[in-house]
Design a binder for this molecule. Structure first.
Ligand code: GLY
Ligand code: MN
Ligand code: MN
Length: 540
């Protein structure tokens, strides 16, 4: 009896422990539905192969924190490395007559590895929790008879080429990719980029008597695509000294253009972009949470800011708020740049020891159950904008408002950028920082909008806005020291970035909990922060 009670108690404890891990990940049904949608887009007799991310090494026996490949996660929900999804357009039949249209190959259960690095889902967990009818060990992907050559088309993503063989297990992504390559007859040189294809077509279709024109185009193309220099055919044609030689290269170009492979590296990324750019209600819940957490991080930081703080401490306060809400990570390395450091667009050193009286640009995003926000606020370290800081800030704010206003279904993706650019150029002209509206300058050197989602720069087709897209609108003005303008502007960098839900009507600013106007920011900064009382012992 006592044993029985103990057993029941243990079960209770285990249940409680299980209940204490997050339960709000995307559902198995979500991932299943995404696979169905992808399958419905695949032509007959085709197969899609998606690889999980590998583990990447940091140094010696320490690895970077694992992050799943977003496409793989979107389609499977599997959060471990060293796995591969095989998705068939139609039902397949195994030796026993069972039918299936997808297989997820996963890390096999291994008590020793699990003792050190945590539990693995394994085959049974994958079936039960992720709802896969057929799950196998990744090692089976290597040994299974998978005859890829039988399919009319094989869809894969371009390999990232950073797989390493740690030899910790026999089925790392490194081995899975190599297996795929040998079983499918993968030949990377059979893929021509769009740009190269264009030049090959030109070579093929231009009479050799006019080859000088094409040679000139190749010369110019090399400045944009330096890798063209390594293409023997292009360089051979460009440098050929007689028409006979040129004709030979022309024939080679034709042969290359006619080469057939059943492996396609475009289809999958385009289909994934079409799917991922529109957020489902289930995704919106998580994404909205990531955004709200990030906006609240900005609010808390506004209250806590002091001139004595370091960029590192400011980063820590945002990230502490994220963790307090249970966000597992940051969606990208946090950017905290005071003064001139803010002019470095992706400044991640964050190592200035004192922010003094400068503007502090804070571009950070919480990652919540895989979904990442991307929110930037720029605030004066001492709580009050100087006249110069305010002048630049208000131009960026006006530009952002103009950009947000046109972020509506039916408009083009480039419209917010166009609106913002106009406002910024006019503002810089009014302040005498540029001398004419046509002046080429680098004070706003980046794009204004991108999708967010499982990636901070989420894939998309970048055509017209559609309902339920979530984009950033993030204009900025950056005036590095030494710029060709009055010194009083030097070292001012402002970016304001919000996450906007596209609807048919008014755009919804999902990060509007963080104040944006000069007045609202100064008011927020005047508030007391609980962190004022958080004093640690001095180590000096
Ligand atoms: N945080 C990177 C970006 O704003 O795109
Ligand atoms: Mn951004
Ligand atoms: Mn950003």
């Amino acid at each position: 009896m006592f044993k029985r009670i103990l057993f029941v108690c243990l079960l209770g404890v285990l249940n409680t422990v299980t209940a204490q891990t997050p339960t709000d990940y995307l559902s198995a049904d979500f991932h299943k539905n995404r696979r169905e949608v992808l399958r419905s887009k695949m032509p007959k007799n085709s197969v899609t192969i998606v690889f999980a991310n590998p583990i990447r090494n940091r140094a010696n026996d320490v690895d970077y924190v694992f992050h799943q490949d977003p496409n793989f996660y979107y389609l499977t929900g599997y959060r471990e490395p060293n796995a591969v999804l095989v998705l068939f357009s139609e039902n397949q039949t195994d030796d026993k007559g069972n039918t299936y249209n997808e297989i997820l190959y996963v890390q096999k259960n291994d008590p020793r590895a699990e003792l050190w690095n945590g539990k693995r889902l394994g085959i049974e967990g994958t079936k039960k929790e992720l709802g896969f009818k057929v799950a196998k060990n990744a090692e089976d992907f290597i040994s299974d008879e998978l005859n890829f050559k039988n399919f009319d088309q094989i869809f894969i993503e371009k390999f990232k080429d950073d797989y390493r063989n740690s030899e910790r297990n026999k089925a790392e992504v490194y081995d899975l990719v190599n297996t795929f390559k040998s079983k499918s007859g993968y030949n990377p040189s059979s893929f021509l980029s769009k740009e190269k294809k264009y030049v090959y077509e030109l070579i093929k279709s231009t009479p050799v008597e006019n080859s000088a024109n094409v040679a000139q185009i190749i010369g110019k193309a090399i400045t944009y695509y330096p890798s063209f220099k390594r293409d023997k055919l292009l360089m051979g044609y460009k440098n050929a000294t007689n028409n006979k030689l040129k004709k030979e290269f022309q024939q080679k170009a034709e042969l290359k253009l006619n080469e057939k492979s059943n492996i396609d590296i475009q289809f999958l990324s385009t289909r994934m972009a079409e799917m991922r750019e529109i957020k489902t209600p289930e995704e919106m819940k998580l994404l909205t949470k990531a955004i709200r957490i990030s906006a609240i991080g900005q609010v808390e930081m506004m209250k806590a800011m002091k001139s004595e703080m370091s960029e590192t401490e400011i980063q820590g306060i945002h990230e502490f708020v994220y963790k307090k809400y249970g966000a597992e990570y940051e969606g990208y390395p946090s950017i905290v740049g005071a003064g001139n450091n803010g002019c470095i667009l992706h400044y991640i050193e964050n190592n200035k020891t004192k922010v003094n009286n400068e503007l502090v640009l804070m571009d950070l995003g919480a990652e919540y159950r895989g979904y990442t926000a991307d929110v930037t606020r720029t605030i004066p370290a001492n709580g009050k904008f100087s006249p110069e800081q305010k002048a630049i800030y208000n131009i960026v704010l006006k530009a952002q408002n103009a950009g947000i206003a046109v972020s509506k279904a039916g408009n083009q993706f480039w419209q917010p950028g166009q609106e913002a650019k106009q406002v910024i150029n006019q503002g810089l002209l009014d302040l005498g920082i540029i001398k004419s509206l046509d002046e080429k300058h680098m004070y706003f050197p980046h794009g204004t909008s991108h999708h967010i989602g499982l990636d901070v720069h989420d894939p998309g087709t970048y055509g017209k806005f559609q309902e339920n897209m979530v984009i950033t609108v993030e204009p900025g003005i950056y005036i590095p020291e030494g710029s060709k303008c009055d010194k009083k502007w030097w070292g001012i960098a402002v970016r304001i970035e919000d996450d906007i839900l596209i609807t048919k009507d008014t755009p919804v600013n999902l990060s509007n909990e963080a104040p944006r106007t000069v007045k609202a920011i100064e008011e927020m900064m005047a508030k007391k922060s609980v962190l004022n009382d958080f004093v640690l012992p001095s180590l000096d």
